[in-house]
Design a protein around this ligand. Structure first.
Ligand SMILES: [Zn+2]
Ligand SMILES: [Zn+2]
Length: 173
């Protein structure tokens, strides 16, 4: 999506409203965006550059990390980015985005920021029980009778320690 900043280009303090849709760049993510990203914001001529503030709304389908079921999620993120006219040659403003002419292309910037806004883990609900490690059933839908050992990371550490000392797992060997 592109914004024409012509009207405020020579007008420090000038503010431009914009809104539109932006498709995400193809990052080969294990996520399916169900709609283009809805973008609404302002661009302000700061005298030194153009400050963009935008709210992005987006929806995607993804598989739960615990139970593997696909679910849909809606997310919102605020983007604040400065655009500078023509690149600086000393490289000190590497973090800023650049443009030339009257048109600012928001594609790269929005794609990048939406990517940063995605969570590290995708869990369908906070109390998702996940799959049974023994029979593989979805424990949310179908609680099974499998007896799973209470997993305690401290004991696990201890066990590893003992198995190293004892030479072989479970003391057999
Ligand atoms: Zn889940
Ligand atoms: Zn089970």
């Amino acid at each position: 999506m592109k914004v024409n900043i012509g009207p405020i280009r020579e007008l420090p303090g000038g503010v431009l409203d914009f809104q539109g849709e932006q498709e995400l760049l193809d990052y080969k993510l294990p996520i399916t965006f169900t709609n283009p990203i809805q973008v609404e914001g302002t661009i302000t001529n700061t005298g030194e550059g153009f400050l963009m503030k935008a709210n992005c709304n987006f929806r995607y389908r993804v598989h739960c990390d615990r139970c593997l079921k696909e679910f849909q999620r809606e997310q919102q993120t605020e983007i604040i980015v400065e655009f500078l006219a023509t690149p600086g040659s000393d490289g000190e403003d590497d973090l800023a985005f650049h443009f030339s002419g009257d048109i600012i292309d928001l594609k790269d910037c929005i794609s990048e920021q939406v990517l940063f806004a995605l969570p590290m883990n995708f869990i369908c609900k906070p109390d998702c029980l996940g799959l049974c490690p023994i029979c593989g059933k979805d424990r949310n839908a179908d609680p099974c009778d499998c007896v799973t050992e209470q997993f305690n990371p401290q004991f696990e550490q201890l066990r590893n320690l003992l198995s190293i000392k004892g030479g072989g797992p479970n003391g057999k060997s």
